[in-house]
Unconditional design. Structure first.
Lengths: 214, 214
């Protein structure tokens, strides 16, 4: 299995620098990772650097807490596309979901979905499984399936835990086959990575990608 | 000392609900906290609830990582004002600062400052001291003083540590007297709160406010 092709090589620390992002992009090109996942303010730099390499540029929207207004998320999405992003990892509005405001959650995802689809950009919706019970995971996966997003993604990596195998298995059961799963947060070993793929993930978000493919 | 008048009663968890925010606002009115600090999507609700009580509504911009584009932060600021916010706690662009892009950091703060000043809204700039060394804290305080922001705030509460007494003392030395300091992150006891005020903070961001004033 060519593990590298499954990996979004990720650096989202608040204090990462231009030089760190340049290094991340070099590593992604060298090892053939699927994408780099970088903060909004580094999308243009990354897009320029990975140009023609086959590596995609992903960025984050409403990250990592998700309770930003949809208008702010939309501006982030438009700017990311303008700067050259190919993929977007948006955090759903978890606090609206917990308040029972499903229409807010739906409209928020749909707004970003519409922007992405108009530009052939891949949309991954981060549901933050660590903050959800099994019923909630099921319900939000059904909503994502209805909207036809490209990926449902487990975690931001900023909550108290990341991806859990059982959650990915549940997501795989609920989601139609054509909607992919990205497992992320705390994936640090090759064995973990392979287990998540076995459970149904077709993309992995990793900050420790080099140690993982070694 | 009336400790309550120093406190921004804060709830910024990604899964906080409408009911949690309603409870936060009730507590703030009962105890006379300076403000409630709430996620962007709950500003309108909080503003309606604390109306005429003297409690202010604060919200967060570019929170908690700071590397959002200025355009996205500006939309957050405009929307927050429209929804009734009186104060804004914005995270500076730490990753631009670490990349030596001081103009990006300055323009980012100035953009939000201009929006706030036009509407008499208080601006607090979160510098995330946990990610900065002493020289960096000094340098960013000088920049904030030059822009004449209302407050410099230590922490988001989402980094590996919150406010530290020595950092607040340093900030107080560097900042002119009329620029206030908000200490936040990990302040859980009355003794800690009083020590931060003694060190020069005139506002405290607390999630454990009730236990602190008891």
């Amino acid at each position: 299995m060519n593990l590298a092709a499954y990996i979004d090589h990720t650096l989202l620390k608040p204090d990462c620098s231009e030089a760190d992002i340049a290094q991340l992009c070099r590593e992604a090109i060298t090892h053939g990772f699927a994408a780099v996942c970088v903060p909004p303010n580094f999308v243009a730099q990354a897009a320029e650097q990975v140009k023609c390499s086959g590596v995609k540029v992903a960025t984050v929207i409403g990250f990592p807490l998700g309770y930003n207004l949809s208008t702010a998320k939309m501006v982030e999405a438009f700017s990311a596309i303008e700067d050259g992003a190919h993929e977007m990892d948006m955090v759903m509005n978890i606090s609206a979901f917990k308040s029972g405001a499903i229409d807010v959650v739906r409209n928020d995802i749909q707004a970003i979905f519409a922007i992405c689809k108009a530009e052939d950009v891949v949309l991954k919706v981060i549901i933050e499984t660590a903050l959800l019970n099994q019923n909630e995971i099921k319900s939000i996966c059904e909503l994502c399936a209805e909207i036809e997003v490209d990926f449902v993604k487990t975690s931001t990596g900023f909550s108290h835990s990341g991806a859990v195998l059982e959650d990915v298995q549940l997501m795989r059961q609920v989601l139609p086959e054509h909607i992919q799963i990205k497992a992320s947060g705390g994936i640090k070993t090759k064995a973990q990575a392979e287990a998540f793929i076995e459970a149904g993930a077709s993309r992995l978000g990793c900050s420790s990608s080099l140690q993982l493919i070694r």
